[in-house]
Design a protein around this ligand. Sequence first.
Ligand code: CS2
Ligand code: MG
Length: 410
Amino acid sequence: MTEGSPRDREIVNARVIVTCPGRNFVTLRIETRAGIVGLGDATLNGRELAVAAYLQEHIVPNLIGRDAGRIEDTWQFFYRGAYWRRGPVTMTAIAAVDVALWDIVAKLAGMPLYQMLGGRSREGALVYGHANGRDIAETSDEVRRHIERGFRAVRAQCAVPGLEKTYGISSSGKAYEPAESALPLETQWSTPQYLRLVPELFERLRVDHGNDVELLHDAHHRLTPIEAARLARDLEPYRLFWLEDATPAENQRAFELIRRHSVTPLAVGEVFNSIWDCKHLIEQQLIDFIRTTIVHAGGITHVRRLADFAALHQVRTGFHGATDLSPVCMGAALHFDAWVPNFGIQEWMLHSQETDAVFPHDYVFRDGRLFCGESPGHGVTIDEKLAAKFPYVPKQLPVARLADGTMWDW
Ligand code: CS2
Ligand code: MG
């Protein structure tokens, strides 16, 4: 077998594939001289073509001729060598390259990717699903349905009475999708109404479902620090697994205030792109779970550093896993979850049937956990013929305004 020799590891082809099987996904496909193919997810919800262009114009020409086995050097080349560092577009593009190379190297070794990281620390990754409803009763029914399907952890979101559209709630009756329209949907926000509703919701969920199920909630950056502290305190009796994105995290000192008032565990970081975005939060132990995932933070090479740093401060992982991260990212994340010692939980919003058909994969759900497969690499491929039947459709994330028209955090 020569496919592992430096000459045969040479990258001879790299292509960007954009497809929309229900929602947009960007995938980088890298191929070596020996014909080994690796895939990386490059999807940045609502800004997909910016990453596709970054890859196409600035990354792909630099990849041709490189040794696919030099994962670290390639990462450093695109990060340190780019001068313009960090940011979601750059870090998503770097992640796509990094994951594709890990996929290739694991295939060359004939091993599942988790083995390349140091092997399994656990069998399956505990996942949480999304229960949402138009009122408290409907949300509680949805939690029940999740428990019946085997989930041990459920995120619960409920529409706020009087507001036309609330984050996390589907208006169509179909599964919730974060990006629904070509131009951003304008939604309305009211913190006082929300703050009254959420403790009532979780009080009801504990009465209906007891204490065995883990419950989570996402405030989606809507609260000021003191409002977030109030909510975290009001939710204490219901023992949440976590309260997510309670306040925007640009000013990380804000979390000191929440911490002073509450012991509800906090999760942050799906919008972060590098270890520098969460260094203070982790060092000061202002959060309990870091949500920064592989596709938006430079791939396995960088997120591994982040997770190791978090471990020093007993912060655990809780990777973002909404439908706007493709099965390629999910596959890579599950291998990472199988290995990472300080694993907490993995988000899993089920992809549509079309998406699953375009990206065949070997991970499976059983007893509240997702299990990555044993095939070499990350175990996710792409059916390019099928992908071509779903051309790109422009879609953006919504925005939020207060009743008087003021722009708010969505
Ligand atoms: C969310 C996402 O899954 C989550 O916790 O906050 O739904 C998020 O809004 C989207 O992934 C944005 O692209
Ligand atoms: Mg979130």
